[in-house]
Design a protein around this ligand. Structure first.
Ligand code: CA
Length: 292
């Protein structure tokens, strides 16, 4: 099944609360999307198994009867399906956000949310899907899904230079408000380093001739590191200021984001020159690394 870029984008909404599901379907259709609703996780997995390339984006609620959103997410990824997925998490449950990213979610939105924000996130995920399709050589849909670069990125380990830790300055920003502002910004918002550039408002990373669509969270992680160019930032600091999460425990989602970003912007992701690991602290972005 080959889809052209001009076809209507198909969204699978997995939500058991009928008024919410109906409202989402109505608004998605009003925006020109084709919307399908599954009211259980089991039904969603069934639909996705029947039509492996049948959806362009999944909007997946965490709280579902039977299999919850995390289980659906993990089973989908274990099945080699990398359809971009936005998880809907309950307010005040930061552990859900981390669990969602660990399960393979691409992005998340806290309930209740504004429709304009939901649509902005969906558009970001659609750009990512187009890039994945273009990046994968023609093959059967099943094997193509298994070769998603995102899948490999999540498992990769990276050797990085050791940099002595310093005390990073705290820059109190509100990342989520910033994200919304970015989406609505009309003016160009870009950062150029060498032959690369980040287009923050378009959620794109340009490396010479290549364009990599970024998820909103990838863009926010990159923006935060660039704002602190040359200075180490800790994982905890990033969790607090980029994700808005106040937790001390699992910082693995940060590492997954860094691995993915290195795949996009490093010439050799195993020998990063821009996104460096600061052992015992976190990461440091260098715009102009010295010549090797
Ligand atoms: Ca629900």
């Amino acid at each position: 099944m080959v889809e052209s870029l001009d076809t209507i984008s198909r969204v699978l909404v997995v939500e058991d609360e009928q008024h919410l599901a109906d409202g989402l379907r109505f608004n998605l259709e009003a925006e020109g999307y084709e919307a399908t609703v599954a009211d259980t996780g089991e039904r969603a997995l069934e639909l996705l198994a029947e039509r492996p390339n049948g959806f362009d984006v999944v909007v997946l609620d965490v709280m579902l009867p039977g299999k919850d959103g995390f289980t659906v997410m993990s089973e989908l990824r274990a099945d080699g399906q990398y359809v971009p997925t936005l998880m809907l998490t309950a307010r005040g449950r930061p552990e859900d956000v981390l669990k969602g990213f660990a399960a393979g979610a691409d992005d998340y939105l806290t309930k209740p949310f504004e429709l304009s924000i939901l649509f902005a996130r969906i558009r970001g995920l659609l750009r990512r899907r187009r890039w994945l399709e273009n990046a994968i050589p023609p093959a059967s849909p099943a094997s193509a899904a298994g070769q998603s670069p995102v899948a490999g990125a999540l498992d990769a380990t990276v050797e990085t230079p050791v940099i002595p830790p310093q005390t990073p300055p705290i820059d109190p920003v509100n990342p989520l408000a910033g994200a919304a502002a970015t989406v609505n910004a009309g003016a160009s918002d870009r950062f150029v380093f060498g032959d690369k550039s980040v287009e923050f408002d378009a959620l794109e990373l340009r490396v010479r001739e290549q364009v990599f669509p970024l998820t909103l969270m990838e863009t926010n992680v990159l923006r935060y590191l660039i704002q602190h160019e040359g200075k180490p930032v800790s994982r905890k600091q990033m969790l607090e200021e980029v994700w808005g999460l106040h937790v001390d425990t699992d910082t693995r989602p940060i590492d997954n984001f860094i691995v993915r970003l290195r795949r996009y912007l490093e010439d050799d992701p195993t020998n990063p020159r821009h996104l460096l690991t600061v052992r015992g602290v976190g990461y440091r972005f260098i715009a102009s690394p010295p010549e090797a």
